[in-house]
Design a protein around this ligand. Sequence first.
Ligand SMILES: [Zn+2]
Ligand SMILES: [Zn+2]
Length: 141
Amino acid sequence: MGTLVGACLCGAVTISLSEPKPHIEVCQCTMCRRWGGAFFAGQDGGEVEIAGEAHVRTFQSSAWAERAFCDRCGSHLWFRFLPTGYCSFCAGLFDASIDKPIEKEIFCDEAAAWTHLTGDHDRKTGAEIIAEAEAAGFTFE
Ligand SMILES: [Zn+2]
Ligand SMILES: [Zn+2]
């Protein structure tokens, strides 16, 4: 799989992932729904290049997470898990992500009636995700 290049609506910010994951992850939690971007593309390792960083603003949405957006057009850019620095990028920024299947749907128990997804991908409830993270050593107050 080649480099995945994405851009915000106005083009001020571009993001390039050298080793994108071959699938999309979906978070159905109430915070992601309110924020407006619950579909994420990610990568493990590799290079992430961000151009137009002067237009990137961040909002710390909880003790452990930060969300980024473009200050010109308001496009949501990524969700960053602060303990590891891992970024999950909004999948809609990347035109080439359109064919990617969903690998995992998390906080599926918080889905709205109008965000239910079909298919037999992996589904985890919020309690399961928090238990997994706590087992991995992360704490959430
Ligand atoms: Zn923009
Ligand atoms: Zn979420």
